[in-house]
Design a protein around this ligand. Structure first.
Ligand SMILES: Nc1ncnc2c1ncn2[C@@H]1O[C@H](COP(=O)(O)OP(=O)(O)OP(=O)(O)O)[C@@H](O)[C@H]1O
Ligand SMILES: [Mg+2]
Length: 228
């Protein structure tokens, strides 16, 4: 049986036989504003606070100050976790059209190792891919990340942005490399928009196959049975 870790997202553990397989590499794909950042921050916060698992958030899209302030709204005090050495925010935003250097990636890797991270979030792999001039380099980076995840037994959430109206996920190769895929969608409902989640794959797991409602409140993000 696989070791499992609690995700910290209310309603999710029970859909995946108790939690994510430890050390797995999971894709969290979704439309703009569907809750990817909140869910992944909650996963890291829970890990560092409750599961004694240090976390690293690698950001290609949001500045640390904005992230900390947005997440405080849900009661996630990342500043405090950082001061205790349990969390690290890596700001990897690069100026437009500037390719990311191998040195920058190696520095990030060192920080992940120094934090002894057992939970990692890359937000987002879509943005990281754009910082490479060639698609093949994005593919190499993905394999490097996968190797790292397995070597240090660090459970990793790889965020992929799905633009409105698109049906494919990322560049096409990510889906087959990862152990699990969670899809967050924003759909048009009768009375407005509705957010929903579905598990597309989770290796080694008899996972739930139905949609769940994504509910975001001042306590964070949770999944609820989908009412049609
Ligand atoms: N306090 C709150 N209460 C309820 N809903 C909220 C609250 N704060 C944010 N939201 C919802 O969460 C969304 C933002 O979530 P999040 O930043 O996790 O999305 P995302 O999927 O990461 O988006 P992007 O792809 O743009 O980065 C907002 O658009 C809003 O719908
Ligand atoms: Mg986001």
């Amino acid at each position: 049986m696989l070791d499992r870790i609690s995700t910290g997202i209310k309603g999710l553990d029970e859909l995946v036989e108790g939690g994510f397989p430890k050390g797995s590499f999971i894709l969290l794909a979704g439309s703009p504003g569907s809750g990817k950042t909140i869910a992944s921050a909650q996963y890291l916060y829970h890990g560092a606070r409750k599961a004694k698992e240090n976390g690293v958030y690698v950001s290609f899209g949001e500045r640390k100050r904005v992230f900390y302030s947005n997440m405080k709204r849900f009661g996630f005090d990342f500043e405090k976790l950082e001061s205790k050495g349990k969390f690290k925010f890596l700001d990897m935003m690069t100026p437009r059209n500037e390719e990311i250097s191998v040195d920058t990636l190696n520095a990030a890797l060192e920080q992940i190792l120094a934090t002894k991270a057992k939970r990692l979030v890359i937000d987002s792999f879509s943005a990281l891919s754009l910082a490479f001039n060639k698609k093949i380099d994005a593919r190499i980076a993905l394999h490097m990340l996968e190797k790292l995840t397995r070597e240090i037994n660090c459970t990793t959430l790889l965020i992929v942005e799905v633009p409105t109206g698109h049906s494919g996920l990322g560049l096409g190769f990510e889906e087959f490399v990862v152990d699990g895929i969670i899809l967050f969608e924003t759909i048009e409902a009768r009375s407005g928009i509705r957010k929903r989640a579905i598990l597309r794959k989770m290796r080694g797991t008899n996972h739930n196959q139905n949609y769940s409602d994504i509910v975001i409140s001042d306590k964070g993000l949770s999944l609820m049975p989908y009412v049609t």
